[in-house]
Design a protein around this ligand. Structure first.
Ligand code: SF4
Length: 200
């Protein structure tokens, strides 16, 4: 068990940050369009974070990341594939507000929201991050490389090991890519020292 942060418990620090996010209006268009902000969910001291792109329609409505069909597939990856519980990990997005029409975040929006993402990661202190899709991976790692080139390798972000794979929504449209994601998840589990995994 790791030491308690000198400035507070991770769960309380996340709650305070969540309140700041809920009041944020830095991105005019997104703040006017959203139903609510979608901060993140899970274990405030998780070893593993899953990072997505931005809330979609279901997430905006319910206030939680990855809750639609893509969310169900992510849950299967975590539970059936990794033999973990969804509540063991932490799930968050690059942007905390839904872009209209689910368009990609603009560079300005990603830059505005980045301090919130960085602070979340500082509080949680994960050992591993799994980026879901190119937008998440490119934003976290500050690169323009395609997801096809980023996957299959372990990257680093401020001492945290990072693995990138396809977004679950892409896997729903292209089921043949699930085998690649399963390889990425096995790489992640190897790094985490996990010996037992299931199948996707
Ligand atoms: S996306 Fe982030 S920075 Fe932009 S308004 Fe929402 S919370 Fe604020």
């Amino acid at each position: 068990m790791r030491a308690t942060s000198p400035t507070g418990e991770p769960r309380q620090l996340l709650e305070l940050l969540q309140q700041r996010v809920a009041a944020c209006t830095l991105c005019d268009e997104l703040a006017g369009f959203r139903t609510q902000t979608v901060f993140g969910v899970g274990n405030s001291q998780a070893r593993l974070c899953f990072l997505g792109e931005a809330p979609g329609r279901d997430e905006d409505r319910l206030g939680e990341p990855f809750v639609g069909r893509a969310g169900k597939l992510l849950t299967d990856i975590i539970q059936k594939g990794m033999q973990l519980k969804r509540e063991d990990v932490y799930i968050l997005n690059v942007l905390k507000c839904r872009p209209p029409g689910n368009r990609n975040p603009t560079p300005a929006e990603a830059a505005s929201c980045r301090p919130f993402l960085e602070r979340q990661l500082e509080i949680i202190q994960p050992e591993f991050i799994c980026c879901l899709g190119s937008v998440a991976a490119q934003n976290l790692l500050q690169t323009r490389e395609s997801i096809g080139r980023l996957r299959g390798t372990v990257h680093q972000f401020r001492g945290i090991k990072v693995v990138a794979t396809y977004h679950p929504a892409y896997l729903l449209r292209n089921p043949a890519a699930k085998k690649d994601t399963w390889e990425d998840i096995q790489l992640l589990m190897q790094e985490m020292g996990a010996t037992n995994g299931g199948t996707l």
